[in-house]
Design a binder for this molecule. Structure first.
Ligand SMILES: [Zn+2]
Length: 517
């Protein structure tokens, strides 16, 4: 009996030990990379890498490093990493990638929200003093933590979208550069310094020279012509090419990865999202653009390899800020329940109902603003009518719930009282609701129901298709292979912090992934 118990205990404890990742040799742990490259593809669903694998560039072909297949083959690959969000979008996604913090901690739950004090809409990267800055981001990134201990070299954050470059760049990178709103030149804000680096100015001269000249996108399946510098041109490979040119110049001119300290090159490919909103994730155009991204990433990695002489001191991350839903029309054709919800129509219904109940308010508004399924009640109207916000929240909730496609409605009062739905949804709301920023009411739609906003499709939910993204980490410290481990995106920053031997970012809530050799 005693012997049996002993065997039982022994086998139990060996089971526990087997479940723990093997320890990392000290030399390996202390051997930190010289260059961290983070590649984010905006709106990159998990399945792109799997669906298009046969069409990606082979590793090592024509002396090139390779693109997606190189990363998938050589990295710790989590095909379905997850954001714990109730609303997946660009600014919150990019704010989470390198902070490892959820919105309740980092302060960025939405792209845009209604500023109750100012009485107008505001933008996640807006700054009264500098125009654009990361000052609304309340926690640090991995690169910020490296700066704190004097171990960060240069930190360059580049994207077509300002919010992506700003949020990934963290509190104060060496430079954050993005495409101007008229799509004609690279720009930055004075928050980051007085002017753009010289090599960016030189690229701007080239862009100006070619402005308005035709750009032809020719594939076996279609041919399209764009005008360079026109907003639409950014939905084509032109957007990918100029971004990779910018990143390549950064590698060469800033001598990234060749200094004493660790450099960071952060690149977000926004045009996948620009195009994806217009076509949905199943269209030939978005597939062809993914193949361009594959080739352009290979080109960038090949340049890095030739500049650094090898890839052994390079750590690469590939991931996305969020996924996307297929087009409603495509889903309906496949007999899958899907539809659109019209925020404006709902607002009118609320106004009509409450006008009948309480009379028309002086400003004629019960809802001050609506954006991304967040409804903000008019404080002025509530004051004028001497109505408690909580009471009207409940009445508006009942009106919204009558709309098919609206699954649940979460309110500011629910938040104040700690009334969260049970299970996963409750956790998602807790991690993303920010008092004072989030709406007085938030619509949680049914799966595959989305906001009607003039785009073909969108991403704004906490369901799998919006929340799951690929995550790949390539580096000499990692065990490559496909992991079924349920990686959370908040684990990425602590994993990078471990790989760099630095304290995890200030607001990070995740844990290092079990991928270390
Ligand atoms: Zn988007």
């Amino acid at each position: 009996m005693k012997k049996m118990l002993f065997v039982l205990i022994l086998s139990f404890s060996s089971l526990v030990w087997a479940a723990l990742p093997a320890p990392v040799p000290l030399g390996q742990f202390l051997n930190t990379p010289k260059l961290v490259v983070v590649l984010v593809i905006d709106q990159f669903r998990s399945d792109f890498l799997i669906r298009l694998q046969d069409r990606f560039q082979k590793e090592g072909k024509d002396g090139q490093v390779g693109g997606f297949l190189y990363l998938m083959n050589n990295g710790a690959y989590f095909p379905f990493a997850q954001y714990e969000v109730m609303q997946a979008m660009t600014c919150p996604g990019h704010a989470q990638i390198l902070t490892g913090a959820t919105a309740d901690v980092n302060g960025i739950p939405l792209n845009e929200w209604y500023d109750r004090k100012a009485g107008k809409m505001t933008y996640c990267a807006e700054d009264a003093e500098f125009g654009i800055s990361p000052r609304r981001l309340k926690t640090t990134t991995v690169a910020d933590e490296m700066r704190v201990v004097g171990r960060a070299g240069k930190v360059l954050s580049l994207s077509l979208k300002d919010r992506s470059a700003v949020m990934m760049g963290g509190q104060h990178p060496t430079a954050a550069v993005w495409m101007s709103s008229d799509s004609s030149k690279w720009e930055t804000s004075s928050y980051y310094g007085k002017q753009l680096p010289n090599w960016v100015e030189a690229l701007n001269k080239d862009l100006k020279k070619d402005l308005n000249s035709p750009y032809v996108w020719k594939t076996a399946r279609f041919e399209k012509e764009f005008s360079r510098g026109n907003k639409l041109s950014l939905t084509s490979p032109y957007g990918t090419e100029i971004l990779v040119k910018l990143a390549s110049e950064a590698v060469v001119q800033e001598k990234l990865g060749r200094g004493e300290k660790t450099d960071f090159l952060l690149v977000s490919f926004s045009n996948h999202d620009f195009l994806g909103h217009r076509t949905g994730p199943l269209a030939p155009e978005i597939e062809e653009l993914t193949l361009v991204e594959d080739q352009q990433i290979s080109k960038l990695l090949t340049l890095i390899k030739s500049e650094m002489k090898s890839m052994k001191d390079v750590l690469i991350v590939l991931t996305a800020d969020h996924g996307v839903s297929p087009k409603v029309e495509d889903l309906q054709e496949m007999k899958i329940d899907a539809g659109k919800i019209d925020d404006q129509e709902l607002t009118e219904r609320v106004n009509t109902t409450l006008n009948k109940r309480y009379g028309v308010p002086a400003n004629k508004k019960w809802i001050a603003a609506t954006r991304s399924f967040n409804f903000y009640l008019s404080a002025e109207t509530l004051k004028q009518k001497k109505l408690a916000s909580e009471k009207i929240q409940e009445e508006v909730r009942q009106i919204l719930l009558q709309q098919y496609g609206v699954w649940k409605v979460f309110t500011a009062s629910d938040y104040q009282k700690g009334l969260f739905p049970p299970g996963q949804l409750g956790e998602q709301i807790k991690s993303q609701y920010v008092s004072g920023i989030s709406g007085d009411l938030i619509i949680i739609p049914r799966p595959y129901y989305m906001e009607k906003e003039g785009l073909m499709t969108t991403h704004m939910t906490g369901f799998s298709y919006d929340r799951q993204v690929p995550l790949i980490l390539v580096g000499s410290q990692f065990r490559s292979g496909v992991y079924s481990h349920p990686a959370r995106m908040t684990d990425l920053a602590p994993t990078l912090a471990f790989a760099l031997g630095v304290t995890a970012p200030s607001g990070s809530v995740g844990q290092p992934l079990p991928i270390f050799k």
